[in-house]
Design a binder for this molecule. Structure first.
Ligand SMILES: C[S@@+](CC[C@H](N)C(=O)[O-])C[C@H]1O[C@@H](n2cnc3c(N)ncnc32)[C@H](O)[C@@H]1O
Length: 224
């Protein structure tokens, strides 16, 4: 497996342009799932990209921080929102102290790492007890369905999968994951799950003749 955490450096400008067009299919259900209070809360956007979601979180009254592995996207985030504390960093080793945040959010990023459990531990470490952790990530079914067709597909063995996004504008690679990983003790030892939903993304369904299946899912949890 290669290190996939820096791949967004290669297309940071076009990525920002396309992400701003995801309001109805991705942002809307994610924001709707965040039904807890944001006022005065210290919030980390983990793998924040160029920080576009911070506008919503600030509007709801949170004090926002952002971290992302891509230097280019963090540079863009700082340019667009100079009042926010953005850092380059890896979500497997977050550059923050224990118990620093009331809320950790992560949209469309967890799936990039091979070991999801490492991210659950880090999110829990930086959250205060009773803090909220919500994420949206690529659905395991999408990663299974889009495994290369020339070899037998295998749901259980982790493989890098190339996924075409935004009508072919670019391709990103993620390691495949199973629900065993997302619903493992590595999650439930830290969090109580309070919300789950699966979603189809017609904008991603750009492969000719692609079947209809869920592209992403959303989980909201509360730190024990
Ligand atoms: C699909 S983008 C989502 C960005 C943003 N959350 C959004 O929804 O617009 C995935 C992001 O995850 C970041 N990323 C990937 N692996 C990472 C890691 N190990 N640590 C921190 N960020 C990572 C990428 O640089 C990229 O900005």
């Amino acid at each position: 497996m290669t290190n996939l955490s820096k791949q967004y450096n290669n297309f940071s400008e076009s990525f920002s342009h396309y992400v701003s067009s995801t309001d109805d299919v991705i942002r809307k259900p994610f924001y709707q799932s965040l039904s807890f209070d944001f006022k005065g809360k210290k919030l980390l956007d983990m793998a924040c990209g160029d920080g576009q979601d911070i506008s919503e979180y600030e509007k709801r009254g949170a004090q926002c921080f952002g971290v992302d592995a891509s230097e280019n996207l963090i540079a863009e985030a700082k340019r667009n929102r100079p009042n926010i504390d953005f850092k380059v960093g890896d979500m497997r080793t977050l550059p923050y102290q224990d118990n620093s945040f009331d809320v950790v959010l992560s949209k469309y990023a967890l799936g990039t790492v091979e070991d999801i459990g490492a991210v659950f531990s880090e999110a829990s470490r930086v959250l205060k007890s009773g803090g909220m952790f919500a994420y949206l990530t690529t659905h395991p079914m999408r990663l299974f369905m889009e495994q290369p067709g020339d070899v037998k597909k295998d749901y259980f063995t982790q493989k890098d999968v190339d996924m075409v996004l935004f009508g072919g504008a670019f391709t990103i690679t993620e390691p495949s994951h199973t629900f065993n990983e997302f619903l493992s003790p590595k999650y439930f030892n830290h969090f109580d799950m309070v919300y789950f939903s699966e979603h189809h993304d017609p904008q991603s369904a750009d492969l000719p003749g692609r079947d209809i299946y869920p592209d992403f899912f959303i989980v909201v949890g509360k730190k024990k």
